[in-house]
Design a protein around this ligand. Structure first.
Ligand code: MRU
Length: 381
């Protein structure tokens, strides 16, 4: 089985999978400049909080590697890199991984201040590469901690397999590999704990049906696709039969008290999970934690353009049921004059979240109903 990769990188060369073409077509764009990285992220050809940070960091690393900076002092080199990072920060506002990566990169280049232009650029490139590599390690740990938590809390085991529901896409395509929420599902499957995975189609860009369903099928994980509006019916009618024990989602930003921004529709799943006695798990690397923002009210929610809701792209399906990847179409799914509200994310209050699973461990809510991340992030507290 081939490995799904959102990003292919070697020093001086970055290729980014165009996820808007999936599942019909596999096409990698070459990204060599900050503008190309910005464009890939803003148009959602690459998406998912960790992958966005990776493409911004590596895109600028490639630009710096291939084009010499014209600056006469170290201070000027640092100022030019800062300017490029500030530009990239504007590509999408909600996921905090990008902001955290930028802060880290700005700090690192300052450690090479006084050592010359090459040393500053080298420090930047090495740090961008580290961000990429560390993400995969984090995801593997999240998978292990998540499976352990489910074993201890709901008795997940080969003798008592559980089913789970996930939303949006949090898999290999949203990260540098394995995935976060989908990473836990992969680990559950590899340990023999998983009975079935349900995934929602997810609005506005159908990341669930286009990407998660694709990843689940690719991995041979027993799975079923539902629309977002079927979750309540699923829990009511199929929970017992399937032993649906958890909803597992990713995060774009987990703030200080545990309130979590994730793909629109996450909040309604959390409310439903609570009503039906199903655990609600947020799987997120610590790069998705924002300790500066106290509660979810402080999170900026991105609103996307109307066409993402009123039109859809696809490929023609022939009468034999086969998808013709060369025959693409864009069709209207609504009266084009209707007013549209299209927030890309919502905030799930901490009270609905049972656990935040990070690469440093699973953090449960304290008796005051909020999360205390000082146990895993003492250095940022
Ligand atoms: O708008 P998107 O597709 O970038 O949103 C993605 C999500 O909401 C994911 O759940 C989140 O970024 C976590 S990806 C590991």
């Amino acid at each position: 089985m081939s490995l799904l990769q959102a990003v292919k990188y070697q020093r001086g060369k970055l290729e980014v999978l165009d996820q808007l073409l999936l599942p019909h077509e596999f096409h990698y764009d070459t990204v060599s400049t900050r503008q190309e990285a910005f464009d890939s992220i803003a148009t959602m050809r690459v998406r998912g909080a960790p992958a966005i940070a990776i493409v911004a960091s590596l895109g600028l690393a490639v630009e710096l590697h291939n084009n010499s900076i014209s600056a006469s002092s170290d201070g000027e080199v640092i100022a030019q890199i800062d300017e490029a990072l500030d530009y990239l920060k504007e590509s999408r506002p909600t996921a905090v991984d990008l902001t955290n990566a930028i802060t880290q990169l700005k700090t690192i280049i300052r450690t090479a201040d006084g050592k010359g232009k090459e040393a500053i650029v080298q420090a930047f490139i090495e740090e961008a590469e580290r961000i990429f590599e560390k993400d995969l390690q984090s995801n593997l740990s999240i998978g292990d901690f998540g499976a352990q938590w489910l074993q201890s809390q709901v008795g997940a085991s080969p003798d008592q397999k559980i089913s789970v529901l996930t939303h949006c896409n949090t898999g290999a395509l949203a990260t540098s590999g394995h995935g976060t929420a989908l990473g836990i599902i992969r680990t559950l499957q590899s340990k023999g704990y998983l009975k079935h995975a349900f995934c929602t189609e997810t609005r506005p860009y159908n990341q669930g049906s286009r990407l998660t369903a694709f990843e689940l099928v690719h991995e041979g994980i027993p799975s079923t696709l539902i629309t977002d509006s079927m979750a309540a019916a699923l829990f009511r009618t199929k929970k017992a039969e399937n032993n649906i024990a958890a909803v597992i989602v990713g995060a774009d930003r987990v703030v200080r008290n545990g309130d979590t921004a994730n793909k629109i529709g996450t909040y309604q799943l959390a409310v439903l999970a609570k009503h039906h006695g199903i655990k609600f798990i947020v799987a997120a690397p610590t790069t998705s934690i924002d300790l500066e923002t106290k509660t979810g009210d402080g999170i900026k929610i991105e609103e996307r353009k109307r066409e993402e809701l009123t039109q859809i792209s696809g490929a023609v399906v022939g009468s034999d049921g086969r998808v013709d990847g060369n025959n693409k179409v864009r069709v209207a799914t609504a009266d084009q004059r209707i007013a549209v509200w299209n927030p890309a994310f919502d905030v799930t209050p901490a009270e609905f979240i049972d656990v935040v699973v990070t690469e440093k461990g699973a953090v449960e809510k304290g008796p005051d109903g909020t999360f205390d991340f000082s146990k895993i992030l003492p250095e940022r507290w």
